[in-house]
Design a protein around this ligand. Structure first.
Ligand code: FA5
Length: 344
């Protein structure tokens, strides 16, 4: 018994001495295994308790309990120290200087077409127009038939249409179908809306033609709307957008959904109307189509053409952007070149 007690005391001394040398959590685990694990002297002594005499048992029991507690206490104290040292080491090796300047975050910016669109909203907002969004994928009826372009009518050839595999569904070729949506929603109230959005045409791409481009449509319907309202509104818009020096003219034209119809031209802002490369020597730049809403279209929107009249216009926003920023090729707008986009 004396021998076991001495053994236990030696064990404690050796264990505590060893513990002082250890520096890593892994070494502490191994130490725990050796001195407090199943095969350790402490734990095997517990296992043999039944073999000791009645007198020996309390003496050995007390001794082994005291050693176990001492080893456990020493271990947890050491664990705290090892953890703290490890933390200090990583703080030292992975030093982070929070006062260093960070990497600048690259900021995006508005696309020039959206910059133009915002300006257009602002101008027409001033005049009391509301923005009305309508679908980019349309039915054949909305894109054509209700706009007075019946099936198989040659007027459909004015637009190079993307037909989808679904019978009667097309990608809208212009924002004009929005006229029908807006009228049906507003009826019987007056309409004064701007309809912006993407249009798609199967066209040969060149300096001024894209397959996908933006238009905005204007639609005003009320009692007593005249051609003078159309002219005044478009002239005001042009001056506000391109400067007071820009003047306009309406050139007779044809659209199936307006009667009479016109093209809106603006005096060339690059040469002051003298004639230059941009206006092909004519002194005029075309902005879009317009006219008085055709009675058939008014009817399709729900309005009685005997009581109501209205005007509509459709202007290309991409081409407006080219003029505004003096960009010479429409294809720059969508080829996503950061060197181009950064300039706005
Ligand atoms: C129309 O699309 C008519 N819906 C406009 C209209 C509305 C007339 C209301 C009367 C009343 P047009 O096909 O001319 O018209 O197109 C109008 C404008 O869209 C053009 O002046 C041009 O600025 C722009 N545009 C047309 N095709 C393209 C294209 N492929 N790429 C870029 N812009 C285009």
């Amino acid at each position: 018994m004396i021998e076991l007690e001495t053994q236990l005391q030696n064990e404690q001394q050796v264990a505590l001495e060893n513990l002082q040398q250890l520096e890593s959590p892994e070494a502490l685990d191994a130490w725990k295994q050796t001195y407090l694990g199943k095969a350790s002297l402490v734990m095997t002594t517990y296992g043999k308790m039944g073999t000791f005499s009645k007198e020996e048992r309390p003496i050995i029991g007390r001794a082994v309990n005291a050693i176990k507690l001492a080893l456990e206490a020493a271990l947890s104290e050491k664990e705290v120290l090892v953890k703290r040292d490890a933390l200090l080491k990583t703080m030292e090796s992975e030093r982070l200087d929070v006062t260093l300047p960070g990497f600048p975050v690259k900021r995006g910016r508005m696309h020039p077409v959206n910059l133009s669109l915002r300006e257009i909203y602002r101008i027409f907002g001033d005049m009391g127009f509301q923005v009305y969004n309508s679908p980019e994928v349309e039915t054949d009826d909305m894109n054509f038939t209700y706009l007075n372009i019946p099936p198989y009518h040659p007027a459909r050839d004015m637009w190079d249409t993307f037909y989808t595999e679904k019978e009667g569904v097309v990608l809208r070729t212009h924002t004009s179908p929005g006229q029908i949506h807006a009228m049906r929603e507003y009826f019987p109230n007056p309409v004064r809306v701007i309809l912006p959005g993407a249009c798609m045409r199967y066209e040969q791409q060149d300096q001024s033609h894209e397959i996908e481009f933006m238009q905005f449509e204007l639609l005003v319907v009320d009692k007593g709307i005249t051609f003078a309202n159309l002219k005044g509104t478009m002239d005001d818009f042009t001056k506000r957008m391109f400067g007071a020096g820009a003047y306009t003219r309406l050139r007779p034209s044809h659209f199936p959904f307006t009667e009479p119809s016109a093209e809106l031209d603006m005096s060339c802002i690059f040469c002051g109307g003298q004639g230059c490369g941009v206006c092909h020597g004519t002194g005029w730049i075309e902005l879009g189509g317009c006219g008085m809403v055709h009675p058939y279209v008014l009817q399709n929107g729900g309005y009685d053409p005997e009581i109501y009249s209205g005007f509509a216009a459709g202007v290309g926003i991409d081409r407006t952007t080219l003029l505004r920023y003096q960009i010479d090729d429409i294809r720059y707008l969508r080829n996503n070149d950061i060197r181009f986009l950064e300039q706005f």
